[in-house]
Structure formats: structure tokens, C-alpha cells
Design a binder for this molecule. Structure first.
Ligand SMILES: O=c1[nH]cnc2c1ncn2[C@@H]1O[C@H](COP(=O)(O)OP(=O)(O)O)[C@@H](O)[C@H]1O
Length: 223
């Protein structure tokens, strides 16, 4: 059988998916990221929609919030988003991708520049990443989850939305630390942690604890 190869995806492999390390990405200002300095770089935009949610699970854990992430076609977790098309603004791209990937209705909900959270550059890959975030109501969040199954890219590029657990269970690992042990696309794991802190869904200490627990578990597992 002929090797049909990776087709269009092959061209993108150079920009890295699995295996991208946090150290590969440096934070830069939105202004710098959009400046001429990076006009010949590849850009990608991803977004975090979230709702605050104080529901208590099993009388034990405060849910804190519901954050929208997704399982991608390649088995990695990430946020809705993707590569910016030629001539497109990263913000436009972020909104377009949410229509395609999670079926968002832009007449109801749309990101704006004030929703920008952070941008990064990966110099080796000549890739600039933009991350946006927006608080929505819990009922809007649930509507999006339900509508996700009808999104144009559902079942192909995206395999369903998920909610990361934001609490840590009694054993110190299950919950957010275990979630962080998954494989993420690009620097989606770092973006999640930045988003949680930026929107004060968790305190800095809680985030540090979860990261410590995830890394400790990782070390134990490889011994
Ligand atoms: O959720 C994410 N956060 C941060 N970076 C990501 C995320 N998902 C993918 N990336 C990075 O952005 C690049 C392009 O994104 P993506 O794979 O979603 O675009 P595409 O669907 O247009 O091919 C990827 O190669 C990866 O390095």
C-alpha cells in the first residue's frame, strides 16, 4: 500500500506538538508579539473559556471553576485554537477556531483584545503563541458543552471537551496533579496554570502544591 504520509500536517510537525517543553517558550508582551519583529513567524492562538463554580463535590471538594479544554485528534490535551491563517489577526483566529472546534456562536460570545492573557515565543520553532481567556456563566458553559457535539470539527480535529478537576484529593495526587500528568499540546499545560492564576480560580500556593505533587509523582513513576 502506498505511504500516503502526513499530508498537510507534515508541514506543521516542525512547530512541535508532543514533547514541547515549558523552557522552549518565553513570555513576551502582546504588543511585541504583534510587532514587525514576529511578522514572519508562525502564530497560533488558543483560548480558555471558564465559569466560576462553587459546587461542593461529595461534601468534600470545592469545584472552584469549570474550565474548557479538549481532547485533540492526536491524543493530546489542549485548548480550542490553532494556527493563525495568513493575513488573519490572532484574535480573529481565536474566535474562528472556537466556532469550528466547539461550535461557539459569535453573536452571543466573542473574545476581544482585553481577553488576552499571555503570549509566548518559541525561537527555535519561530512560533508565537497567543493565549486568551474569558469568564462566562455556568449556564453558558453548559450550553457550549452540549453544542460541542455539533461543532464542525467535532469527531475529526477535536474529540470532545473536558473539564480539568481543579481540586486535589486526600492522597495529594488525584485531581489536578493527576490531570497535569497528561500529555498536552504545545505549552497548554503552562497556559492552564497561568489561566488559573490569572483569573484567581486557584491561589498561587494551591497551584504550586499541585505542580509539586504532579512532579513528585512523575519522579516516583520513573524510578
Ligand atoms: O492548547 C494549546 N496551547 C498552546 N499551544 C498549543 C495548544 N494546542 C496546540 N498548541 C501549539 O500550537 C501549534 C498549532 O496549534 P494546533 O495544533 O492547534 O493548530 P492546527 O489545528 O491549526 O494545526 C501546535 O503545533 C502546538 O505547538
Amino acid at each position: 500500500m502506498a505511504d500516503i504520509g502526513w499530508g498537510q500536517l507534515q508541514a506543521y510537525e516542525a512547530y512541535g506538538r508532543a514533547g514541547d517543553k515549558k523552557e522552549d517558550f518565553n513570555i513576551i508582551s502582546y504588543e511585541e508579539a504583534l510587532s514587525d519583529k514576529y511578522s514572519s513567524s508562525k502564530h497560533a492562538s488558543h483560548s480558555m473559556l471558564f465559569a466560576r463554580n462553587d459546587a461542593i463535590l461529595w461534601d468534600l471538594y470545592n469545584t472552584r471553576g469549570t474550565v474548557l479544554m479538549q481532547m485533540r485528534f492526536d491524543g493530546l490535551l489542549g485548548f480550542p485554537g490553532g494556527l493563525v491563517d495568513p493575513g488573519e489577526h490572532p484574535l480573529e483566529s481565536a474566535n474562528r477556531e472556537m466556532v469550528e472546534e466547539i461550535g461557539l456562536d459569535l453573536n452571543i460570545l466573542k473574545l476581544s483584545d482585553s481577553d488576552h492573557v499571555v503570549s509566548f515565543v518559541n525561537k527555535d520553532k519561530n512560533l508565537v503563541l497567543h493565549f486568551y481567556g474569558k469568564e462566562i456563566t455556568l449556564s453558558q458553559f453548559q450550553e457550549i458543552e452540549l453544542g460541542n457535539l455539533k461543532a464542525p470539527d467535532y469527531g475529526s480535529e477535536t474529540l470532545g471537551v473536558i473539564r480539568p478537576p481543579l481540586f486535589t484529593m486526600g492522597d495529594g495526587y488525584r485531581g489536578l496533579p493527576a490531570f497535569l500528568s497528561n500529555s498536552f499540546a504545545g505549552n497548554a499545560r503552562q497556559e492552564l496554570l497561568i489561566g488559573l492564576q490569572h483569573f484567581k480560580l486557584l491561589s498561587e500556593d494551591e497551584i504550586q502544591e499541585a505542580v509539586k505533587s504532579w512532579l513528585t509523582f512523575q519522579i516516583k513513576n520513573t524510578q
